[in-house]
Design a protein around this ligand. Structure first.
Ligand SMILES: [Fe+2]
Length: 166
């Protein structure tokens, strides 16, 4: 039986724009599970092209999210950005590989184990590397809030601009 995949507030990294995107990715995956899971109506499931297209779109949405996250990291000079970018690249390579296998198998139903793997793939990112970044981001934010003067104002402006642009 397909488990209901919904956003949990404890997954928040307390950066509004990042949380909004993470929530969007979870909802995107939930929609695919709903439309193509084993309990979906035969009208919806049973179409290999539609399922692969939906999974490809999900991968693209994650790639775009990673790009915007990397821009935010750059904007605040996150010191572990290289490591985080490497993880993004590895996650995308893993997904691309999985997509190739799904395409070769011609899957037309998004089975529970595949749903679980996709959910874990997204959550590993949200609950892992992104939490490390959020910790550094909030520490910087706190330091800047406590600092008066030009540098603080300039850096804070950069953070606010990055937050808005993501
Ligand atoms: Fe993220």
């Amino acid at each position: 039986m397909t488990r209901l995949l919904t956003w949990h507030d404890e997954w928040s990294v307390n950066i509004d724009v990042v949380d909004a995107e993470h929530r969007g990715l979870i909802e995107h995956l939930a929609d695919i599970c709903h439309r193509f899971g084993p309990e979906a109506s035969p009208r919806r499931s049973g179409d290999a092209c539609a399922l692969i297209d939906a999974l490809t779109d999900l991968g693209e949405a994650v790639r775009e999210h990673f790009n915007r996250e990397e821009e935010l990291m750059q904007a605040v000079d996150y010191e572990d950005i290289a490591e985080h970018c490497t993880e993004h690249a590895l996650l995308m390579a893993e997904y691309t590989d999985q997509l190739r296998r799904w395409r070769a198998q011609g899957i037309d139903v998004f089975e529970e184990d595949a749903q679980d793997n996709a959910r874990d793939w997204i959550l590993d990112h949200i609950l892992g590397a992104d939490r490390d970044f959020a910790k550094a981001f909030h520490a910087l934010d706190d330091r800047l809030a406590a600092t008066a003067g030009c540098y603080g104002v300039t850096a804070r402006t950069r953070i606010n601009a990055a937050r808005k642009d993501l």
